[in-house]
Design a protein around this ligand. Structure first.
Ligand code: PEP
Ligand code: MN
Length: 342
């Protein structure tokens, strides 16, 4: 159920609605918007009798939610969520770029890539500390040894750090040393991990599971938000299909599909979405044209020597060229991808 407050409702009106929701044993999620505040209710197994709220001061409307999700919806928050971290934003007018190697391999590698990422004007550096690999015999990430390198990068280049929590215990470490918690495709339905990230103060970048429907993906975001963390970024990284010309099939249609339902920002990862370096730039261009809020790009100073995902890593100069191209596209479109230049 959603309780929509009148534009004239006071903070006290909102507060007393929240108190009643809590008194009957549910959780209230207050979402202030540009014109009004809405309050989502979670914790109920079945429908809640909304009539008790209808006559409270400041209440405009009580809406029964018939969809499986509540907090991710535009009904709750008609304005887009803009995630702010210092001078960096995701979901606002600026195209968010998260770039870096698949995994942190060495100080030399990470610094060379971070320098190129910073030069490109991107504000986020990615790099796996722990890697969820298909084979137990391949490189699993440097683990905690990577933190020292990451801390130095954060300090020297001022980039925000995006790294994956492969298990629950990683969240606390990322809270200490990083800026955004990534939840990978393989963990999209790891519900205890989602709940743990939902109790974090850091934004969560939630990748789409490789066989997840849009609804399953949005419900995974709902798990995070239901715990009180409303800063969720959705990341499309391709799904598995019968296609053999790409590692995954990058579902660019998920961008307008999500924008019709949700206020959450959505970004595209054409690196895992294609698996092949030569396809990354064309798909990145398409992602910006379709209205994505940002891109996640794998870059390596020596892709031929990469310990993971070398085939899809862009070289530093390919990456610089990609950024130039996507910025040119973004400069003639608005945040939804609509042509804004006459
Ligand atoms: C990654 O971005 O490092 C990664 C492992 O991606 P995905 O979870 O999309 O496979
Ligand atoms: Mn990778």
């Amino acid at each position: 159920m959603l309780i929509v407050m009148k534009p004239s409702a006071t903070a006290r009106d909102v507060d007393s609605v929240i108190k009643i929701v809590e008194a009957i044993g549910f959780r209230a999620h207050s979402m202030p918007g540009a014109t009004r505040t809405a309050i989502g209710i979670t914790g109920n197994q079945g429908p809640v009798d909304g009539r008790r709220f209808e006559n409270l001061p400041g209440v405009a409307e009580v809406i029964r939610v018939t969809k499986p999700y509540k907090l991710i919806t535009l009904d709750l928050r008609p304005d887009k969520t803009v995630i702010r971290m210092g001078n960096a934003t995701i979901g606002g007018s600026e195209l968010a770029v998260i770039a870096g190697p698949c995994a942190i391999e060495s100080r030399e590698q990470a610094f060379a890539v971070a320098q190129a990422v910073q030069r490109s004007g991107a504000r986020f550096f990615r790099g796996g500390v722990w890697k969820p690999r298909t084979s137990p015999y391949t490189f699993q990430g440097l683990g905690e040894k990577a933190w020292e390198i990451i801390a130095a990068i954060r300090e020297e280049f001022g980039l925000k750090i995006v790294t994956e929590a492969v298990e629950e215990s990683h969240v606390e470490l990322i809270e200490k040393h990083g800026d955004v918690i990534q939840i990978g495709a393989r963990n999209m339905q790891n519900f205890s991990l989602l709940k743990r990230a939902g109790r974090s103060r850091l934004p969560v970048l939630l990748k789409r599971g490789m066989a997840a429907t849009l609804e399953e993906w949005l419900l995974a975001a709902e798990y995070i938000m239901a715990e009180g963390n409303y800063n969720v970024i959705l990341c499309e990284r391709g799904v598995r299909t019968f296609a053999q010309h790409t590692r995954n099939t990058l579902d660019l249609a998920s961008v307008p599909a999500i924008q019709r339902i949700s206020h959450l920002p959505v970004i595209i990862d054409p690196s895992h979405g294609t698996g092949t370096a030569y396809m990354v730039t064309p798909l990145a261009r398409a992602a910006v044209a379709v209205g994505a809020d940002g891109l996640m790009i794998e870059v390596h100073n020596r892709p031929e020597l990469a310990l993971s995902d070398g085939a899809q890593a862009l070289t530093l100069s390919e990456y610089a060229q990609l950024i130039e191209e996507v910025r040119a596209i973004r400069s003639v479109t608005d945040a939804n991808g609509t042509l804004s230049a006459a």
